[in-house]
Design a protein around this ligand. Sequence first.
Ligand SMILES: Cc1cc2nc3c(=O)[nH]c(=O)nc-3n(C[C@H](O)[C@H](O)[C@H](O)COP(=O)(O)O)c2cc1C
Length: 192
Amino acid sequence: MPSTPDWPALLSDALAHNPHHSARYIQLATLSDSGDVTCRTLVCRRWLPDTGTLVATTDLRSHKVRGLRRHEQAEACWYLPARSEQFRLRGTVTLTGAEQGSSLREEIWEALPDTGKVLFTGPAPGTPLPPGYHGPDSTPPAHLPDCFALLTLQPVRVDYLNLSTSPHQRWLFEYHRGDAMRRQWHARGLVP
Ligand SMILES: Cc1cc2nc3c(=O)[nH]c(=O)nc-3n(C[C@H](O)[C@H](O)[C@H](O)COP(=O)(O)O)c2cc1C
């Protein structure tokens, strides 16, 4: 049995072995406002190992946001192919829009390519295609649009699977109360 790992270190190490942009896509499952399960691909724009937080961006007018305003729980599934590793990160999502005044929101917006910025200028995602609509403007907006938001996932449960080792490895990390009511991570190995 290998020694107990630490999941942020495992994820940082996995990302170092998967430097390509396509390895920054996560699948985020949430509940819709009517309680149906729904899932989509997002780009993980920041991984903050010190807090164990994932940051993506989204449009506040989208369906996922409507669902998240009712049900803040979500699970991200992140497959990192270089060593066949899967992380399932479950926790709560926080949305940071214009009202919250975040410097990280501005920083991530500035780093977006123009092709990403223009997506926030068109009609709301998931609404019927307007007649004659041929896509957003080709010039990015002069100001940071109000609908541009950070979507931050704070995991409280991480299920890690590695299929590149023999035997395969699976670890479950759960964040709950420990001694003296301090919250801490607990890890246990599972049958893969
Ligand atoms: C490769 C890829 C990357 C994507 N990245 C994002 C993203 O970073 N943020 C986002 O809101 N949607 C992204 N999308 C679009 C979403 O998957 C989804 O279609 C959109 O957010 C609307 O989802 P919703 O109706 O569940 O709100 C991406 C799609 C693909 C295929």
